[in-house]
Design a protein around this ligand. Structure first.
Ligand code: SF4
Length: 741
């Protein structure tokens, strides 16, 4: 090791797995990244993406200065000029009608502290009903089902994969994705351990993925029918008198109602739709009942369909009626270090539909409207039509349905501002682009993912490098103040101080609060050395369930203690938390919430329809890809073309398609072309394309990605059908026609 080399320990910010990294630097150069063998959670595991954090940092296409569009071309300016441009052009629209300005939040927002904390004042100050995010691309069904069952859309039970003896997994491929809505670094290793201790892994997926290849059983289901399968498993458990709530019986309402509601879904009626044998369905259900512990985990393929919320609910209902809710080895509720206490076991519950979208009248969910309807809101004239857009860390042209239409709609906006590190397929429409600091120039703590983690853990990483521009907290605070009418040059410390004081007051003022009875000024003076997001994080940690309570428990956690433990602090395996984790008005788990009961009727009607036929399209993940935004990192793009249409050889031969030759894929909304890849591992009748490609757009500046452009699969995903309860897009099971191109 040369003298100038420094080693930094850091949580990887790229996906939900939160792996610990060892980052070696020389000056402002990253010379090596590898897994941190001492990380308390990931124990040295790292995937190819994590090792390329340095390449991402050094990417010459990464923006370091703001861009403003002048005469159709983006030119570099300083931050002051960029903010003055925003003030001059966005404020008049906001002052006329705030709902004419839409906000889109991309997935990376939840991967950093500033995004998680400072997007909130931006939303509040914009005051628009046109709020959209990546949540309605792939995960809103889980929030809705959790909200309806447990009272809070953030109270998501996770599979206790380190202790379970039986894992039924649907529509998930963690050997490629590293897990989602279930934070588990080295997910592959944890699945192997499950099998080594004699546990059983059952995978349901239309493709024999790498995860399916690892399983004891693989069932190649027809896409879009997971909800039917899961509800049928519930039916079998009741019919065979194997339903039992176990230790949580006193905390659960609605068992008898559930039995009645699922009774029509017999394996014999469901099987032809799912393309599975009735005996296989019955066996899957009985295995869940008979295992010493068991849990059901469904993800992207299960959620991104028009019955996504039903499927998400049914997965948790199955864990519940097999006596596996809130017990080791079952579905458990994490308790993060920054959580605001243990909960009171009762609350106001969760509501959807407090307002509706203007054009297609979709209900609001968590304050958001479905991203699949943003193009409608721009294109359709009216008093509240969207004329301006703010995007933060998102590329909806590639990630949302009907990407081509969205692309055209963005071109018609009067004004657009993007906070983004790249000039990409979406931000090329922006009149102003504000580049945030790189992840390596920002502090890191996973506010989102420790709440869905398979073990209670806390880890904080200080910035590796000093930022040459504003911190992301400052950038977002300045934008929030600007839209609040405080001017382009507003002093961001005013907002930082106001937010910190508000947070401390909430911990001090309320009866039963963590710091009830303490003096606000005393607490604020203890935080004097910290600023912005880090000061707020310190308050959350110190008033959280393991916190030091600002002196109340000298052994408790604080940010200082996390800084002294750069490999993280292990807070132990998940513990039973019912009924305290609940916030339903009844104080019980609602096993059959009313919106679910109603939507089950829609599912039941499908039993009388003929099973759907014809080719359908599904997506797929790759370990070296992360949606659209890691495609500009050369080492990750090596090897053969990944943007191929996988098709079963029998289907290919019937359709006259040849390996490597182009195929045209056509849906109701569009047609694209991709090279054919013959694949024995995919179910006949199903074709698969990865998402996040299509980097050949004029005006985007992604040199490496352009060399591996591929095709945007979302040009043919259909924005018309949605999951009605969550507004989630339908990205899987799209009917398509395929022919030689
Ligand atoms: S699995 Fe996710 S968190 Fe871990 S190194 Fe890879 S990208 Fe980073």
């Amino acid at each position: 090791m040369s003298e100038a080399t420094r080693v930094h320990y850091r949580t990887c910010p790229l996906c939900e797995a939160t792996c610990g990294l060892e980052v070696h630097t020389e000056g402002r150069r990253v010379v090596r990244v590898r897994g941190d063998a001492d990380d308390v959670f990931s124990r040295g595991y790292v995937c190819p993406k994590g090792t390329q954090l340095g390449a991402l940092y050094a990417d010459p296409d990464r923006l370091s200065r703001p861009l403003v569009k002048r005469d159709g071309r983006h030119v570099e300016v300083d931050f002051d000029e960029a903010f003055r441009e925003i003030e001059a052009r966005l404020l008049p629209i906001l002052e006329g009608n705030r709902s004419q300005v839409a906000l889109y939040l991309g997935n990376p927002n939840v991967h950093n502290i500033a995004g998680s904390i400072y997007v909130r004042p931006l939303i509040q100050q914009l005051g628009t009903k046109n709020l959209y995010s990546a949540s309605t691309v792939d995960q809103m069904p889980k929030h809705v089902s959790a909200g309806l069952m447990f009272g809070n859309p953030g109270t998501i039970p996770v599979p206790d994969i380190d202790r379970t003896q039986h894992l039924l997994m649907l529509g998930a491929n963690p050997l490629e994705s590293n897990g989602s809505l279930c934070t588990a670094p080295d997910f592959p290793g944890r699945l192997k351990s499950l099998r080594e201790r004699g546990g059983r892994l059952v995978v349901v997926d239309p493709r024999r993925t790498r995860t399916a290849a690892l399983a004891d059983e693989h069932h190649a289901i027809r896409p879009g029918t997971d909800a039917l399968l899961l509800v049928s498993l519930l039916q079998v458990l009741f019919a065979e008198e194997r339903a039992s709530l176990g230790d949580v019986a006193d905390c659960v309402d609605g068992l008898a109602e559930l039995e009645s509601a699922v009774s029509p879904f017999t394996p014999e009626r469901v099987a032809p739709h799912c393309g599975l044998a009735p005996e296989a369905i019955r066996s899957m259900a009985l295995q869940l009942a008979e295992a010493p512990s068991a849990v059901v985990y469904g993800r992207i393929g299960t959620h991104t369909v028009d019955t996504g919320t039903l499927a998400s609910w049914a997965a948790d209902a199955l864990s519940t009626v097999t006596g596996n809710l809130d017990r080791p080895g079952g579905a458990m509720f994490p308790l993060a270090a920054h959580a605001s206490g243990e909960g009171r076991g009762r609350g106001r519950g969760f509501q959807i539909g407090r307002w509706k979208s203007r054009v297609r009248e979709f209900p609001e969910v968590r304050g958001e409207l479905p991203i699949a309807t943003l193009a409608d809101e721009i294109e359709t004239p009216g008093e509240d039509s969207v004329r301006a857009l703010v995007t933060v860390a998102g590329n909806p042209v590639l990630s949302a349905p009907e990407g081509e239409r969205l692309d055209a709609a963005f071109a018609e906006l009067d004004f657009m501002v993007s906070v983004d590190v790249y000039l990409n397929e979406t931000t090329r429409h922006a009149d102003v682009i504000l580049p945030p600091a790189s992840p390596l120039e920002s502090p890191h703590y996973d506010l989102a993912f420790y709440g869905i983690s398979v073990r209670n853990v806390a880890n904080y990483s200080p910035p590796v490098f000093e930022t040459s521009g504003p911190s992301e907290s400052d950038l977002l605070a300045r934008l929030a103040l600007l839209v609040a009418g405080q001017g382009a040059d507003a002093d961001t410390s005013v907002l930082h101080d106001m937010m910190l004081r508000g947070l401390v007051e909430s911990k001090v003022g309320r009866e039963g609060a963590a710091l009830a009875g303490r003096d606000v000024e005393e607490i604020l003076s203890a935080l004097e050395d910290r600023q912005g997001a880090e000061a707020m994080l310190d308050v959350m940690i110190r008033t959280g369930p393991y916190g030091d309570g600002f002196g109340q428990d000298p052994d408790g956690l604080s940010l200082e203690k996390l800084e002294a433990n750069p490999h993280g602090i292990d807070l132990g395996p998940l513990q039973p938390r019912l009924p305290r984790a609940l916030s339903t008005p009844s104080g019980k788990v609602e096993l059959l919430p009313e919106p679910i009961r109603e939507d089950l009727r829609r599912l039941e009607a499908r039993l009388d329809e003929s099973p759907r036929e014809g080719l359908v399209l599904v997506g797929r993940r790759h370990l070296r890809s992360n949606n659209s935004w890691m495609h500009n990192v050369a080492p990750l793009m090596k090897g053969r073309d990944r943007c191929t249409l996988q098709i079963h050889p029998d289907d290919a031969s019937r359709l006259g398609l040849e390996d490597g030759k182009p195929a045209s894929i056509e849906s109701r909304v569009g047609r694209i072309t991709a090279p054919v890849e013959l694949c024995d591992d995919i179910r006949p009748g199903v074709v698969s394309l990865p998402h996040g490609f299509g980097h050949d757009t004029e005006g985007a500046s992604l040199t490496v990605a352009r060399e591996h452009a591929g095709v945007n699969s979302n040009r043919i995903t259909d924005g018309r059908p949605l999951d009605p309860l969550s507004g989630n897009a339908v990205l899987n099971g799209i009917p398509v026609e395929v022919a030689p191109a």
